[in-house]
Design a protein around this ligand. Structure first.
Ligand code: ZN
Length: 189
């Protein structure tokens, strides 16, 4: 289950995964039915599981939920990151799959609205940052697909974000393309 989009005005879009349904659903993130829930059950690793529940499908009543409260372990275990390799196969950095980026962004929005008491593990891209024009040209989703992995790794304290991004491109100028690294959903080929 994944969001297809969080619009600039806060509209969430997703497709119902109910069997044979495929209904396109939209709602605003402040809809009261968009609800953070901590499960009473614990996952196999012993940590409580939390989700952001979405409104049930009006066609088939299927209830869906998004992963919340990612831990570092989740991010590694759930195959959230995709390595970016250079021409000779060395890993230059990581990009986060967009469904997970949107889960984290929605968690941030709900936290800012006072609907979730704590922020996610990974911080938002600082708005006051003087952004490279290429970064400014990206959608919020795609910019965070680069930013979230960067914020997680240890080199964050040493290499400015723009330099890190340049490194992902082998030191070449950043391209004008909107999705230059072809960020894909998990399981897509
Ligand atoms: Zn449905």
């Amino acid at each position: 289950m994944a969001l297809q989009q969080i619009s600039d005005t806060g509209i969430l879009s997703w497709v119902c995964t109910g069997e044979g349904c495929g209904n396109q659903i939209t709602t605003h993130y402040l809809d009261e039915r968009v609800a953070y829930q901590q499960s009473v059950k614990r996952a196999r690793d012993g940590f409580p599981r939390a989700v952001i529940a979405l409104p049930a499908c009006p066609e088939c009543e299927r209830q869906t939920a998004l992963h919340a409260d990612y831990t570092r372990r989740d991010i590694l275990r759930l195959n959230v990151l995709k390595p970016v390799v250079n021409d000779i196969g060395l890993v230059q950095g990581f990009v986060m799959h967009l469904p997970h980026v949107r889960n984290l962004l929605l968690h941030h929005l709900l936290h800012q609205a006072g609907r979730i008491p704590h922020a996610p593990l990974l911080p938002l891209l600082p708005e006051q940052r003087t952004l490279h024009p290429w970064l400014q040209s990206l959608s919020r989703d795609v910019a965070h697909a680069f930013w979230f992995p960067y914020s997680l790794i240890d080199i964050a304290a040493q290499v400015p974000f723009e330099e890190y991004l340049m490194g992902l491109h082998g030191g070449r100028p950043l391209p004008p393309a909107v999705e230059p690294l072809q960020v894909r959903a998990p399981g897509a080929s």
